[in-house]
Ligand binder design. Structure first.
Ligand code: B4P
Length: 189
C-alpha cells in the first residue's frame, strides 16, 4: 500500500497517518516530523529549516526531495508507506514521480483530507494550548501564512493527482475514527 495524505495544516494528516501505519504495517514518512527531528538535533539542515518553518513557509524542494528519496531507499519502505506532508508543491510531486519510477514503485491512492479554515484554526489553537511540545509554527499569525501557502502552492496538487486518476477526497471534519473509516473505504474502492 503506497499512499499520500494531502490536506491543509490541521486537516488530520499526521493523526490519520499514525492510525493507517498500524493497520497496514507500513511506515509513516512525515517530512514535517523528519524536519522537526533535524531541528531538535541542531543539524545544519535543521538550523536552516527552523527559520523557514517558524514563518510558516515551505522548506526548499531540494532539501525535502533529498529527505524523501533517501527515506524511500530504506528497507521498511519496500512493502509500502504513508507519505504525510509530502509532496507539497508541483515540483515535489514531479520529483516524487521520478523517484518512484526509478525505484519501480507505483502509488495506490492520494487521499485529500478536507476541512474548513475555521475548523483548522480551532484545532491548531487547541494543539498549541494542550501539547507539551511547543511548535514554533502553531500560532495564529503563522497558521494564517501556512493556510495561504497551502492554497497557493499545495492545493494545485489536487488537480495534478485527479488528472492521474489517483485522487480520493475525504471529509476531515468528522470524528477521527470516522475519517479513518472513510479513508479505508476510499482506498479499497
Ligand atoms: P507538518 O508537520 O506536515 O504540519 P501540518 O501541515 O500542520 O499538519 P499536521 O500533520 O501537524 O496536523 P494534523 O493534520 O495531523 O508541516 C509543518 C511544516 O514543515 C510546514 O509548514 C513546512 O514548513 C515544513 N514542511 C513539511 N513538509 C514539507 C514539504 N514537503 N515541503 C516543504 N516544507 C515542508 O493535526 C492537527 C491537530 O488536529 C492535531 O492536534 C489533531 O489532534 C487534531 N485533529 C486531527 N484530526 C482531527 C479530527 N478528525 N477531529 C478533531 N481533531 C482532529
Amino acid at each position: 500500500m503506497r499512499l499520500i495524505l494531502l490536506g491543509p495544516p490541521g486537516a488530520g494528516k499526521g493523526t490519520q497517518a499514525k492510525v493507517l501505519i498500524d493497520s497496514y504495517g507500513i511506515p509513516q514518512l512525515s517530512t514535517g516530523d523528519i524536519l522537526r527531528s533535524a531541528i531538535a538535533a541542531k543539524t545544519p539542515m535543521g538550523l536552516a529549516a527552523k527559520e523557514v518553518m517558524d514563518r510558516g513557509d515551505l522548506v526548499s524542494d531540494e532539501i525535502v526531495n533529498g529527505i524523501v528519496s533517501e527515506r524511500l531507499d530504506q528497507d521498511d519502505c519496500k512493502a509500502g508507506f504513508v507519505l504525510d506532508g509530502f509532496p507539497r508543491t508541483i515540483p515535489q510531486a514531479e520529483a516524487l514521480d521520478e523517484m518512484l519510477t526509478d525505484k519501480g514503485m507505483q502509488l495506490d491512492a492520494v487521499i485529500e483530507i478536507t476541512a474548513d479554515a475555521d475548523v483548522l484554526v480551532g484545532r491548531i489553537a487547541k494543539r498549541a494550548k494542550e501539547s507539551g511540545v511547543a511548535r514554533g509554527d502553531d500560532n495564529e499569525e503563522v497558521l494564517r501564512n501556512r493556510l495561504s501557502v497551502y492554497r497557493e502552492q499545495t492545493a494545485p496538487l489536487v488537480e495534478f493527482y485527479r488528472g492521474k486518476g489517483l485522487l480520493k477526497s475525504v471529509d476531515g471534519m468528522q470524528p477521527v475514527d470516522d475519517v479513518t473509516a472513510a479513508i479505508r473505504r476510499a482506498v479499497h474502492n
